[in-house]
Design a protein around this ligand. Structure first.
Ligand code: PEP
Length: 251
């Protein structure tokens, strides 16, 4: 009942021209694929061009961040309405790089998730523990707190649209993914907590795994009953590898 989702996070990579070429490669590599939702999240500067390059393909457009206000004196920021205007349907919120390197805190993440949902965008809320937190036995506490504060502004009917990405910080960009079993265990816990907070809506929330996913490892994650797909960083910058990840889920 939950459509699998593969999301590509291009981070701060690609010029507009490179982004257009990558988007065209992804769209043509996925021709004929059904039953998997696919979204690519280029930098803000390339959203319009990537939207054009994807035109007519089922691959959707997403952004990597947004501000919680709808407009105003917030220099450098981008609102949900601006993203929607560009054709975005998804937005990544609370990525660990923003939390860790740019000081984004749980409360801000929660406001952004609420703003995305109110602005007709599907938030992809990222949660995950650092290596230190893991070694200190705090994994569950950290993830539960991030997920709770991150979703506090959502009504149950909005929560049904939510996507949560479990991304252990130590697995991002390191080439050392979590095991499928570990991702499955955290996804089960997340769904239990989401059920306590949002009731039946939790059954519709998609939970992704992210962290060094490749075409070789994706199968291990999506074979877990509570894992509905992946948030992919590095491998999403290669159209062939990204398409192979999607194809592995579609099989
Ligand atoms: C990410 O940044 O969300 C991510 C999962 O990156 P990578 O796949 O490169 O580990």
């Amino acid at each position: 009942m939950r459509a699998p989702l593969i999301a590509g996070n291009w981070k701060m990579h690609t010029t507009v021209r490179e982004a257009r070429d990558l988007a065209s490669g992804v769209a043509s590599g996925l021709a004929g694929i059904a039953d998997v939702d696919v979204v690519v999240c280029p930098p803000f500067t390339a959203l319009a061009e990537v939207g054009r390059a994807l035109g007519g393909s089922p691959v959707e457009l997403g952004a990597q961040d947004l501000h919680w206000e709808s407009e105003g004196a917030y220099t450098g920021e981008i609102s949900a309405a601006m993203l929607w205007d560009l054709g975005c349907t998804y937005v990544i919120v609370g990525h660990s790089e923003r939390r860790r390197l740019l000081g984004e805190e749980d409360e801000a993440v929660g406001r952004k998730v609420a703003a995305a949902a109110s602005g007709e965008l599907i938030p992809i809320l990222c949660v995950g523990e650092s290596l230190d937190e893991r070694e200190a036995g705090r994994t569950e506490r950290i993830i539960q707190t991030q997920a709770r504060i991150g979703t506090l502004g959502l009504a149950s009917e909005q929560a049904a649209q939510l996507v949560v990405a479990y991304e252990p910080v130590w697995a991002i960009g390191t080439g050392v993914p979590a095991t499928g079993a570990e991702a499955g265990r955290i996804a089960r816990l997340l769904r239990e907590w989401l059920g306590e907070w949002f009731g039946d809506a939790a059954a519709g929330i998609r939970i992704l795994y992210g962290g060094s996913v490749t075409p070789e490892t994706i199968g291990e994650f999506v074979s877990q009953p509570e894992v509905d797909g992946a948030l992919v960083g590095g491998a999403s910058l290669n159209a062939g590898a990204f398409a192979a990840i999607v194809r592995a889920v579609a099989v």
